[in-house]
Design a protein around this ligand. Structure first.
Ligand SMILES: *Cc1c(COP(=O)(O)O)cnc(C)c1O
Length: 393
C-alpha cells in the first residue's frame, strides 16, 4: 500500500488484509472474538495489542480495520475509528474529549440529533455551548474564548446548503487553542479537503455517500493517530457503539465506487440546479456548485464540486410542496441522502419537524422547502420528473 497512490487507487486497494486463503474480495470476519495460541499470548494481548492483533469486536475487527484504513487514506487522515452510526461518531468525537466546565462553539445550522447532543446532553454534564451563525466569521470571533475546547460545524449545512469557510473558522479556533471538529457529510469524502484546510477531526455518517445504496447505518471519526487511539478509542470501546463487521464490509465495497458515484451525482445535481433556475413555481434554488449560490466561489474553492444535494423553495408553501412530492415518479419520498436513488425530503415536516417555528424561520426551513438528494439515475430523466411534478405543485 502506498501513500503516493491517487485517490481512486486507494479506494480500491487501500487497507486490504488478506487471510491465509488470499481471497480477492475483502473477507467479512463475522466474529466477535479471536483465539489465542497460548494463555501467555492472551495475557500479552490484553496488555497491549499490536497492529493487526484483535481481542474483541467492540475493540476492533479485521474487516472494520480495513474500512478504517481505506477511509483514512481517502481523507488524508492519520487514523480513523468506525462507529455504529453517524450519530455515534458525532457523540464519540465530542464526548470523548469534553469534560464539565469546557466551552464549545457550534454553528446553529446542524443535523437535529447533533443539536440534541449539544443542547440537551452536553448541557446536562456541565459543558457550555454557544451557538452562532456559521457563515458569520465575526460571530465565531466573538464567541471563542480561552476556555473553548472545540468548535463544531457542518461544512455545508443541511438543508439550506450554506457553506462555512473552513480555513477561516479553523484560524479563529486555533488562535484560542480550540480543536476544529467538522461533520462533513454534505461536502462528501470525495470532495473534502478538510484536513489540509485545518480541520482536526472529520466526521462522516457512512450511512450516506459511503454506503451510497441505502443498506446500512454507519459512521467514522478521522483525525491524528494520537487523537483516534488515545482519546476516541478508549471511549468508544468501553461504551459500545462499534461498527459491525458486516457493515464495515458494505462500507468498504461502497468506498470502491464512491468517487465514480459522487462525481456522477454532483454532475447531475448541477444539471438539475441549472434546469430549475428561474422556474416560475420556485422562490429559490440552492446548489453550492451553481454560480447563482451566494458562496459559489467559496464552495468551489473548498469542495471542488457542489455536492449531491439541491434544495429549492416551492411557492405556495406546504400544500404546494406536498403536491409536488406526491407527483414525483422517479424520485422517492424519504429522508436519506447520498443514495443511488434520488430522494426528496420535506424538512419542515420530517427531519426538522421537532424545531420550534421561529427556529425554522431562522434556519431558512420554509414550508415550501424541498431537499433533493440526487441519485444515479439519468439526469435528463430526473429533470423531466422534477419539471412534471412542479406542474402539479
Ligand atoms: C445523517 C447525518 C447524520 C447522522 O448519521 P446517522 O448515520 O443517521 O446516525 C449526522 N450529520 C449529518 C450532516 C447527516 O446528514
Amino acid at each position: 500500500m502506498s501513500k503516493d497512490w491517487n485517490k481512486r487507487t486507494k479506494l480500491v486497494h487501500g487497507g486490504v488484509r488478506r487471510s491465509q486463503y488470499n481471497e480477492v474480495s475483502e473477507a467479512i470476519f463475522l466474529t466477535q472474538g479471536f483465539v489465542y495460541d497460548t494463555a501467555e499470548q492472551a495475557e500479552a494481548r490484553f496488555l497491549k495489542t499490536g497492529p493487526d492483533e484483535f481481542i474483541y469486536a467492540r475493540y476492533g475487527n479485521p474487516t472494520v480495520a480495513m474500512f478504517e484504513d481505506r477511509i483514512a487514506l481517502l481523507e488524508g487522515a492519520e487514523d480513523a475509528f468506525a462507529t455504529a452510526s453517524g450519530m455515534a461518531a458525532v457523540n464519540g468525537a465530542l464526548v470523548s474529549m469534553l469534560k464539565a466546565g469546557d466551552h464549545v462553539v457550534a454553528a446553529r445550522s446542524l443535523f437535529g440529533s447533533s443539536l440534541y447532543i449539544l443542547e440537551d446532553i452536553l448541557a446536562r454534564f456541565g459543558v457550555e455551548v454557544t451557538l452562532v451563525d456559521g457563515v458569520d466569521l465575526d460571530a465565531w470571533r466573538a464567541a471563542v474564548r480561552a476556555d473553548t475546547k472545540l468548535v463544531f460545524f457542518e461544512s455545508i449545512s443541511n438543508p439550506t446548503l450554506e457553506v462555512i469557510d473552513i480555513p477561516a473558522v479553523a484560524e479563529i479556533a486555533h488562535a484560542v487553542g480550540a480543536l476544529v471538529v467538522v461533520d462533513n457529510v454534505f461536502s462528501t469524502p470525495v470532495f473534502s479537503k478538510a484536513i489540509e484546510q485545518g480541520v482536526d477531526v472529520v466526521i462522516y455518517s457512512a450511512t450516506k455517500h459511503i454506503d451510497g445504496q441505502g443498506r446500512a447505518l454507519g459512521g467514522v471519526i478521522l483525525g491524528t493517530r494520537e487523537f483516534i487511539r488515545g482519546t476516541v478509542e478508549p471511549y468508544m470501546k468501553h461504551t459500545g457503539a462499534a461498527m459491525s463487521p458486516f457493515t464495515a464490509w458494505i462500507m468498504l465495497k461502497g468506498l470502491e465506487t464512491i468517487d465514480l458515484r459522487v462525481r456522477a451525482q454532483a454532475e447531475s445535481a448541477l444539471k438539475i440546479a441549472d434546469a430549475l433556475q428561474g422556474h416560475p413555481k420556485l422562490a429559490r434554488v440552492i446548489y453550492p456548485g451553481h454560480p447563482s449560490h451566494a458562496q459559489h466561489a467559496l464552495a468551489a474553492d473548498m469542495a471542488g464540486m457542489g455536492g449531491t444535494v439541491v434544495s429549492f423553495d416551492i411557492k405556495g408553501g406546504q400544500e404546494a410542496a406536498f403536491r409536488f412530492l406526491n407527483a414525483l415518479e422517479i424520485a422517492v419520498i424519504s429522508n436519506n441522502l447520498g443514495d443511488a436513488k434520488s430522494i426528496a425530503t420535506h424538512p419542515a415536516t420530517t427531519t426538522h419537524q421537532r424545531l420550534p417555528a421561529e427556529q425554522k424561520v431562522e434556519l431558512g426551513i420554509t414550508p415550501g422547502l424541498i431537499r433533493f438528494s440526487v441519485g444515479l439515475e439519468d439526469a435528463a430523466d430526473l429533470v423531466a420528473d422534477l419539471l412534471a411534478a412542479l406542474e402539479q405543485a
